[in-house]
Design a protein around this ligand. Sequence first.
Ligand code: FAD
Ligand code: 2HG
Ligand code: ZN
Length: 474
Amino acid sequence: MTALLDTLRQIVGAANVLTHDDPQADLGAWEQDWRKRTRGKALAVVRPGSTEQVAAVVKACAAAKVTLVPQGGNTGLVVGSIPDNTGSQVVLSLQRMSAVRKVDPGNLTITVEAGCVLQNLQTAADNAGFLFPLSLGAEGSCTIGGNLATNAGGTQVVRYGNARELCLGLEVVTAQGEIWEGLSGLRKDNTGYDLRDLFVGSEGTLGIITAATMKLYPKPAAQLTAWAAVPSLEDAVTLLGLAHQQLGAGLTGFEVMAQFALSLVDKHYPQLRTPLWKDTPWCVLLENSDSESEDHARSRFEQLLESALEQGVVTDAVVAENLTQAHNLWHIRESITLAQAEEGLNIKHDISIPVSRIPEFVRHTDAALSAAIPGVRFVNFGHLGDGNLHYNIQAPAEGDAKVFLREQEENVNTIVYDAVQAFDGSISAEHGVGELKRHKLLKHKSPVALGMMRAIKGALDPQNILNPGRVLEV
Ligand code: FAD
Ligand code: 2HG
Ligand code: ZN
């Protein structure tokens, strides 16, 4: 391996090849997954500074038969971006490739390198007078390359779609170390198979995304946020229907949060002053974006909440008075993941179910899990507007969470995913498959679909050098 490491140092510079041989280097940030479930061991962390360097690194690794794990911000939740524990894989970190290459106001597009942190992309769009709507709790450290590789969702999907729908073009380094220049930014292109869509959501298994052309939107004239108490999940679904009807395309966010999920935020972050949660089983966070004016937005929003209160679908509500209050409400919602981590090891699900069937799904699955594992705690929240729930499970309050995970995780997942299938849902709506869910694909994806996926992987990466063992067991 010394020869390969020397070659990699020649390509990217010695300072950008980190190995365990260097007593100064701490590789923990690249080797440990965000949820602290797994720690791998890399042969090296390689940090190229250009697309050409990425291509040369891939060629060198392919020649040495060394596999690569692409990594952006390492915020993924399904163990897809860290190396295995063999000490033989190269982590290819895109972090140094973070430039904004071009803003094209006429085409409403922005072209950025893959390592651009999502928040920096939002800021670059804002500085140019536009909105880049992808938004998620990890936006301060996740990268657009990682967002595209996982087809990330977040809190604005109900209006703007997920990462795939925001992407118009890609630049990709193939498993052979060739560069595919597909950054066109065209909104229409029917010249054969859609290669861009193949790489989006491929979790680093088909190619390395090095740059992307993304859609921009006009900034709304006003944005209003409300936090509403709802008596049941059925009422939350009814409220979603009313919001679609009355706000139309103005509905830009619709999140649901169960009482226990909010109790964890209150317990671990009392300074956030979570509103209304104590007296209601569910809260909903809604956002209304308006292209006319603040007054117009407020009157439509208040009409919506009034009719919901009249129908008993909402029992109480607060509308943020200003942007700071709105940010605080969103911050509470985004803090559930961290509060859950503070509470201890947990089991995550990012499932989707047809919106209309979600209440029935939750009733059915809560009952099945409670019967199988007495004392199990449900941390239920998510993007109801997209039919995407984080139907998460916390170990019973008494007992060791580590032991619970070891003994019950498979059982919990089987109950949840079997219910998801029975309700015509998907076992991953946004976080992807990674390593954690790959064995579940064998059960929940059809053999025909799996066969086509394996054929694509075999055709694009015949040596299996890109993120092997993730998504597909191969
Ligand atoms: P990484 O974690 O580094 O990598 C993720 C996957 O993409 C890996 O398989 C990796 O190999 C691959 N990859 C990374 N970069 C590239 C590249 N340039 N080319 C090819 N493959 C690549 N996700 C959501 O969808 N919605 C949410 O609301 C959401 N909220 C979150 C909140 C918190 C607090 C946290 C910690 C995570 C959240 N996530 C969410 C999950 C995570 O942030 C997303 O999956 C994000 O898109 C990952 O980006 P990243 O740059 O960190 O990628
Ligand atoms: C969110 O919506 C993220 O906040 C993370 O997708 C969900 O912590 C989770 O399970
Ligand atoms: Zn989510």
